[in-house]
Design a protein around this ligand. Structure first.
Ligand SMILES: [Cu+2]
Length: 305
């Protein structure tokens, strides 16, 4: 079986590092071999037909065609195998992924928010509670729009690009986006989820191997899409605690600036360099401002700048 699984590796799949990943790998492996068999089968048949029914031997076309039922049987077998794959394996596995979430008590909870072209991670901090977020409060120094008046948000952690999780514990990630549709993809964990502005969609996995893995954006989301990568570090429980502690110390007491004030020296709000506003992006919100990721200069410009 091991050598059969090599087809996934040959096609560029990184080694699996999650508890459920082997099931995905088995389906992929079967599909790849099945497609290879179909490809070879159809190619051989095509060449056979070209030679067997060449014009030199059959100057006159036969309008009646095939007289045996073999092609019908073959087609039916292919459809049957595909139906079994879909109904017997793929849909039940997908059902398990979306219906059987782990208990939030033993899981690590993280919010992942995509933006052109980065992943922000929001962690609840020592109190275990996520602070309120509001798109109207988004600034360069408060990329997720954390509400400074919400006590639950005082100890929250916001990290850019690199997420740490402990090994052997389920991780639930709530995925959303600040601007366009992205896709939070963890190839090594065999899981991906679209990040859709205005929706919060949970996904979960359980890492079983420590290491550093890639987080990528799986939807073509703009000019910088190719560079929209992050890192997922799966730590031992001790390393994870050390990382958390370090992040909490680095963050210090959270004093997010009031929404309309910008810290001295911070550039005025405007489009991130290299981004292209979506077509008609100027009229998406109620006050006529662009989407929350790029607040309009009039709406949030500092009175001091
Ligand atoms: Cu993206």
């Amino acid at each position: 079986m091991r050598s059969l699984a090599l087809i996934n590796e040959l096609l560029g799949q990184p080694p699996n590092a999650s508890a459920h990943g082997f099931q995905i790998d088995h389906i992929l492996e079967f599909c790849h071999w099945f497609m290879a068999a179909l490809f070879v089968g159809w190619s051989v048949y095509f060449i056979y037909v070209l030679i067997r029914f060449r014009r030199g031997r059959h100057p006159q076309a036969d309008h009646e065609g095939v007289r045996t039922g073999i092609s019908t049987h073959l087609e039916f077998a292919v459809v049957l195998i595909e139906a079994v794959l879909l109904v017997g394996f793929a849909i039940p596995l997908w059902g398990k992924r979306v219906n059987e979430f782990p208990d939030t008590k033993d899981a690590i909870l993280v919010h992942a928010v995509g933006q052109q072209f980065n992943w922000n991670f929001h962690l609840p901090g020592p109190d275990g509670k996520f602070g309120k977020r509001d798109a109207d409060l988004v600034t360069n120094s408060n990329p997720l729009g954390l509400d400074p008046n919400d006590p639950a948000g005082k100890d929250d952690l916001v990290v850019l690009g690199e997420l740490h999780v402990p090994v052997d514990r389920p991780v639930i990630i709530e995925v959303s986006s600040k601007d366009v549709i992205h896709n939070f993809d963890l190839p090594s964990m065999r899981i991906a989820q679209d990040a859709i502005p205005g929706s919060i969609i949970p996904m979960w996995f359980k890492p079983i191997k420590t290491g550093t893995y890639e987080v990528v954006c799986g939807q073509l989301c703009g000019l910088g899409h190719y560079g929209m990568k992050g890192t997922l570090v799966v730590d031992t429980p001790a390393d994870y605690q050390a990382w958390l502690k370090e992040r909490v110390e680095l963050a210090g007491p959270q004093t997010a600036p009031a929404p309309t004030q910008r810290p001295p020296g911070e550039p005025p709000v405007g489009p991130t360099p290299g981004t292209v506003p979506p077509p008609g992006g100027g009229n998406l919100e109620k006050q006529g401002g662009p989407p929350d990721a790029r607040p309009s200069p009039q709406a949030t410009q500092s009175p001091h700048s």
